[in-house]
Structures are given as C-alpha cells and as structure tokens.
Design a protein around this ligand. Structure first.
Ligand SMILES: Cc1cc2nc3c(=O)[nH]c(=O)nc-3n(C[C@H](O)[C@H](O)[C@H](O)COP(=O)(O)OP(=O)(O)OC[C@H]3O[C@@H](n4cnc5c(N)ncnc54)[C@H](O)[C@@H]3O)c2cc1C
Length: 395
C-alpha cells in the first residue's frame, strides 16, 4: 500500500506539470474543467453539440475548436499534431497516436481507418518520440460481425467476407508497424465484442511478437474475469513462444455494461465496487511487473495510487526506470501532474494523443466529459490541480 511516507514520486508539483502551458492555456483549461463538473451541463452540451454538428453550424465548430478540442485533441489531422508532439517531446513525454474516429459503419469508413492507421505508423517511424499507435477493432468491421463471431455461431457468407477483410486490415497495420519498428495498442471495447477482439489481438501477437513486442492487447480490470484472463494470456504467450504486450486499464464502458446486463437479464461482468476494480488493477500491475522481461506493459491510468505503486516497484527492485517494457500513459489534456512529473523523474511517460476532424472525434470528447463527470471525479482533481498552478503563478 502506498502511504504518504513511502511515495515514490511527487505528483503535486504543479510547476513541472504545467510548465509547457501559458497563462492563457491554463485559464482555458480551468474554465473547461469547472464546467465539466456539472453533469447537467455536460448532458445539455452533448445534445446541442451533436445537433449543431449535424446541421453543420460553423460557429459551433469554431467554439469547440477553441475550447474542448484544443484541450483534449492533438490536432485535426495527423500532420496537424506536429506542434503538440514537439511540445510533449520538449518535456520528454512520448506520443501515442490515436486516430479518433469512432462508431463508423461502412466498408469505406473501415478502409479509411486502416489507411489513417498505416499513415500513423509511417509518421511514427520517422519520429523517435512516437513509439506506438492505437487501433480499434470496431474501426475495421461491424458490431454485428464481432458479436456474431463472439457467439461462436457460423458466419454467413457476407459476414465471413467481412471478417476476412477485417483481418486483412489489422494484419496490414501490424505488419507495417513490425517493419517500421513501431508498436500497436489494440484498444479494449464492450464485453459483448471483446472476446472477438481478444481472439484477433492474440493472432496478431502470435505473428508479430516473436522477438520484440509489436502488438499489445488491452485488459480492462473493471471486469471480474480479466485478472484470470491476463494470467491465461501470459501462459498462452509462453507456450506459443511469443511476448505478451499488455495495456492495463480500468475500463471505460461501465454504465453501458451494467445497463445492458440488467436489461438483458444476465449477471453484470463488472466488479461490484470501485475498490474491487482497484484491487485487480493493482494486482495486474504487480503481475506484469514480476515478469517484465516477458511482458511489455502500459500502466494506462489517471489513478495516482496505481502510478505510485508501479514507480515504487521499479525503485524497490532497482529496475531501469526507462526500461522499454515499462510505460505509463495518460490521455492528452488530462492528469498532466502525473505525466510530466513521471517524465521529469526519468520514467517512460506518454500521452494518448487523439486526432481527427471535429465530427469524428466528437464521440471521444463526449466519452471523456461524461465518463469523468459521472464516475470518477477526475475532472475535479484536474480542476484543483490547475487552480493550484494559477494561484502559484498569481495569473
Ligand atoms: C492511456 C489510456 C488508454 C485507455 N484505453 C482504454 C481502452 O482501450 N479501453 C477502455 O475501455 N478504456 C480505456 N481507457 C479508459 C480507462 O479504462 C478508464 O475509463 C479511465 O482511465 C479512468 O480510470 P482510471 O484508472 O484512470 O482512474 P480512476 O478514476 O481511479 O478509475 C475510474 C474507473 O474505475 C472504474 N470504476 C469506477 N466506479 C466503479 C464502481 N462503482 N465499480 C467498479 N468499477 C468502478 C471504472 O472503470 C472507471 O472508469 C484508457 C485510459 C487511458 C489513460
């Protein structure tokens, strides 16, 4: 357990956290995070924003572009992210490129996502501070396909073709990444398609993780069964002679998962309490750390205790702070106190940097605002931290 006395790292240094931000940027962030503390305001803004984007009201794009998009999005296109990447690099923070389009459904969309992901791989190849790009399996195939595949029933000829096309897409991305010495994080999604995602991620790890870690699957510790699955995935990797890549998260779809389980009358896969999620998350961290030579893993969280825990393990066992198998990561625009204090202390610290046109990244923005407002209180923590720096600067 991390106590005040044995903290491995100080996350309260607001000077280091916000060094790269001007007074104006800091005030904008304070304004936004203050608004996001109000659930009703987030709900109204979400509905209005969606409606205004559908009607293509230009002033809405302008307002969003100057506020919430600036806070959470690295750029409106890949090349547009360059200033963000340079800024992160100046504080030794790595970039993980995250093409932000979500919830798209046609083959043309799937092809576009594949092309964007490949462009990101090539972009990362020539930039040392971008070791990883992300990929979402639902960005390459329909939910219908993934759900049917997960149920284990035979696929219709149409779905079989779609499945082959999906595999071709993710394989092309992973192969390009393997050749370009870049890694791919495969994001975790809803439990009713996650078994299909696990299957595909495992196939890719078997192909591309033989001598180095190119592909990482994601393990959501808010699920009751995921710690056991992590152990199983490690055993499978040992037997199959490949290295396991594991991104550890708590999980982003809690309310959706619980609502569906209740509506459809099956037991919720989600842990019964936040404490149970935290226990499994920290257990998973410890498990990965114990075999860090064989598991490359990412501590993907805004939770300070979990970051303290890994920093303490690294220091206790005198492991290289910047060992390539150990990575901390937070989302762009959030928990800068964690990321920048970690990088300042010599750990591998990265930001997930989402990018894409406003219409495409809108669902991502909504998820950020709603998830944090409703569940974790993270926005309040952000707000407090920013206020601390504003007071320190007296600006
Ligand atoms: C770099 C990065 C990558 C990510 N990638 C993914 C991804 O691929 N897939 C994905 O699903 N999410 C992903 N997330 C989001 C992540 O799963 C969390 O939703 C988010 O980070 C908040 O959790 P936390 O560990 O940061 O912080 P905390 O504030 O400590 O935890 C909040 C989380 O705890 C859990 N929780 C809260 N209340 C309860 C409760 N009553 N019972 C049980 N559990 C509870 C929920 O998961 C909630 O999101 C990512 C996050 C980061 C930082």
């Amino acid at each position: 357990m991390v106590t005040k006395q044995n903290k491995a790292i100080d996350f309260s240094d607001s000077l280091i956290a916000f060094k790269g931000q001007s007074d104006k940027e800091l005030k904008r962030a304070a304004f936004l995070f203050r608004l996001m503390n109000y659930q009703w305001l987030v709900n109204i803004s979400t509905t209005l924003g969606l409606w205004a984007l559908k009607l293509r009201l230009p002033f809405v794009k302008k307002i969003m572009g100057a506020t919430i998009v600036k806070q959470f999005i690295g750029g409106l296109s890949l090349s547009n992210c360059a200033p963000t990447i340079t800024k992160l690099q100046s504080a030794n923070v790595l970039t993980i490129l995250d093409y932000g389009a979500e919830g798209k459904g046609t083959e043309a969309d799937f092809i576009k996502t594949k092309e964007e992901n490949i462009a990101a791989v090539h972009f990362a190849k020539v930039n040392d501070t971008i070791p990883i790009i992300t990929a979402k399996i639902s960005g390459f195939g329909s939910h219908e396909l993934l759900e049917t595949f997960q149920k284990g029933v035979p696929l219709s000829a149409k779905l079989q073709m779609e499945y082959n096309a999906l595999l071709e897409k993710i394989d092309t991305i992973c192969l390009a990444a393997y050749k370009d010495e870049v890694s791919v994080f495969i994001d975790a999604e809803e439990s009713w398609i996650q078994t299909a995602i696990d299957h595909i991620a495992t196939l890719m790890m078997q192909r591309y993780n033989k001598e180095k870690i190119t592909v990482y699957n994601t393990f959501q510790m808010y699920r009751k069964d995921r710690y056991a699955y992590l152990e199983e995935a490690y055993e499978d990797a040992k037997k199959g002679n490949y290295l396991l890549g594991a991104k550890l998260v708590r999980g982003a779809y809690m309310e959706k998962e619980r609502n569906r389980a209740q509506k459809m009358g099956y037991p919720s896969p989600i842990q019964d309490s936040k404490a149970a999620t935290d226990t499994d998350f920290n257990k998973a961290l410890k498990f990965c750390f114990d075999q860090y030579e064989k598991i490359g893993f990412c501590n993907a969280t805004h939770n300070e205790q979990s970051c303290q825990l890994l920093a303490a393990l690294i220091s206790e066992h005198q492991v290289l702070k910047n060992h390539p198998h150990l990575l901390f990561c937070q989302l762009y625009g959030m928990s800068d106190n964690i990321t920048f204090n970690l990088s300042n202390a010599g750990y591998n610290a990265a930001k997930y940097v989402p990018y894409g046109p406003i219409e495409d990244v809108f669902p991502y923005l909504v998820r950020r605002a709603q998830e944090n407002t409703a569940v974790s209180g993270e926005i309040s923590r952000e707000y407090r931290m920013i206020l601390k720096e504003i007071t320190r600067r007296n600006c």
